[in-house]
Design a protein around this ligand. Structure first.
Ligand code: AHR
Length: 510
């Protein structure tokens, strides 16, 4: 039975100052899915300072770099274990012509970024720079093809340029310095084709998708995983139509879900009230139901679950930082974003029967970023820390958990659990449990019990801050950073701990 904590006139009404949750961990459960690393995927777009300055400064820059990629960002991203990186957009992708971004840099045409602040770019970051970055990071590339304003031939030739062993595209690639083809797995056939990617109906796009997909060939031993552009949020008709018309021709179908309250008044990323905090969190966890609804529709047309669902854009979207270009979507990142990340990742890990990838928007300097840069400075965001703490779940076997917690009702009227937990077992047999407590004023006492495991030791890390609005700023001591968590204790056959208010903990149980 769930206890409901109501919000009245903006204040949480609750009797106890501390909640209690018992989590049963079923580590003996058989035939559980492996959590795809791609759930921890990232998205990079030619938008604001994501690529230029955020990732790419060029080899001549005074900012320390490795072949033009800034060293601090590359190191941070390598520590993060980025499994897959989507590029070049977003809306940008449907106006991107890949041939402008190859060959000698001085010959590359300049491009006006019509979607994002009309910024002029010099195309110095193109196909080679992106695919070499993926190799540097050990990330799988996810190319988003231009369907909105590009031709079938242009996309077919791009695939050939990247992946073919022979032929004139392979020769052109070799002349541009890369003899060996790259491995490219994920190919998105258009982005938001219902909007910035062509303004199409689902019916019309179904045929367009099939046409572009047909001519995007597998060259040599490269095998494409073709992703049809999917719905936004609650547009279940789009999913239904695409699955009905084109499921047999796709490997995956995408979905976008941003945490935004009101598109006209998104609110400040840093200056927000407790009410706004709960509204944001409750909106973000609604993804659980949204995923379920899309999955149910996909099950109708694909009961074997061959077609993957890819949430290839998600995250918080607030007002830009005051004084910055409104088209550059640069926002700060607080402990609130960390809570959104923790709750979301715990949810995604429960959907992997169908959900095979998620790409947070975006990796650097845009929306819910992992790192922010300012000239030569870089900060790790609270969201980064959650992704780093949680990466123990990548490729681990999902371990089911049962718990009965209370519920919150946000001031905007959305109900959500007042606790979140998820567990996995890695290849070495070590159990990891990620826990999050959304309450701003109440801690939770947690008892973990196991099917059979007799815990010998427990250790962990915690992310919490002195206030929910805390963030990491340039040139200042970080306000949000993970710390060792020593409060979890083995007690007989259980592990006992207290999860402080507004905190995220990842435990390792042996
Ligand atoms: O991430 C910013 C934008 O949001 C992307 O370019 C687009 O796909 C979505 O609308």
């Amino acid at each position: 039975m769930k206890k409901i904590v109501l919000f009245l006139a903006g204040a949480a009404v609750s009797l106890a100052l501390q909640a209690q949750v018992r989590v049963s961990i079923h580590e003996t459960a058989q035939n559980q899915p492996v959590i795809p690393a791609e759930i921890y995927g990232q998205f990079s777009e030619h938008l604001g300072r994501c690529i230029y300055e955020g990732i790419w400064v060029g080899p001549e820059s005074s900012i320390p770099n490795v072949d033009g990629y800034r060293s601090d960002v590359v190191k941070a991203l390598r520590d993060l274990k980025v499994p897959v990186l989507r590029w070049p957009g977003g809306c940008f992708a449907d106006e991107y012509h890949w041939m402008d971004g190859i060959g000698p840099k001085e010959n590359r045409p300049k491009l006006v970024n019509n979607n994002w602040g009309s910024t002029v770019e010099d195309n110095s970051f193109g196909t080679h720079e992106f695919l070499n970055l993926c190799e540097l990071l050990g990330a799988e590339p996810y190319i988003s093809g231009n369907v909105g304003s590009g031709t079938v031939e242009e996309l077919a030739k791009w695939v050939e340029y990247m992946t073919a062993e022979n032929g004139s595209m392979a020769e052109l690639r070799a002349r541009n310095g890369r003899e060996k083809p790259w491995k490219v797995k994920y190919l998105g056939i258009g982005n938001e084709t219902w909007g910035c990617g062509g303004d199409m109906t689902a019916q019309y796009y179904s045929d367009v998708y099939k046409r572009y997909a047909l001519y995007s060939r597998n060259h040599g031993d490269n095998r494409l995983f073709k992703v049809a552009c999917g719905a936004s949020d609650y547009d279940y008709d789009w999913t239904r139509t695409l699955m009905k018309n084109a499921a047999s021709k796709m490997d995956g179908l995408s979905l976008h879900y941003y945490t935004v309250g009101d598109w006209n008044h998104k609110g400040s990323a840093t200056d927000f009230t407790a009410d706004e905090y709960y509204n944001t969190l409750a909106k973000s966890v609604e993804i659980d139901q949204v995923l379920r609804n899309h999955e149910v529709i996909m099950d109708v047309y694909d009961p074997q679950r061959r077609v993957a669902l890819l949430l290839d854009e998600w995250g918080t979207w607030f007002d830009v930082e005051p004084g910055t270009n409104p088209g550059h979507l640069f926002q700060q990142n607080t402990m609130r974003d960390a809570m959104v990340a923790a709750f979301s990742l715990n949810i995604f890990q429960k959907h992997t029967a169908r959900l095979k990838m998620a790409n947070i928007a975006q990796i650097v300097n845009v929306l819910q970023a992992m790192v922010l840069t300012k000239g030569s400075q870089m900060v790790l965001t609270p969201t980064y820390h959650v992704f780093r703490m949680y990466n123990v779940h990548q490729e681990a076997t999902y371990v089911p958990t049962d718990y009965s917690c209370g519920m919150l009702v946000s001031p905007s009227g959305r109900a959500m659990d007042d606790f979140s937990a998820c567990a996995s077992r890695d290849a070495a047999g070590v159990l990891h449990v990620s826990l999050a407590n959304p309450s701003l004023d109440k801690s939770v006492t947690v008892e973990l019990s196991f099917d059979q495991l007799k815990p010998g030791s427990v250790s962990g890390e915690i992310l919490k801050a002195r206030r929910i609005n805390a963030y990491n700023d340039f040139g200042k001591k970080p306000e949000v950073a993970p710390a060792p968590f020593k409060e979890a204790k083995v007690s007989g056959k259980t592990v006992q701990l207290t999860l402080p208010a507004a905190s995220v903990v990842v435990l390792e149980v042996k």
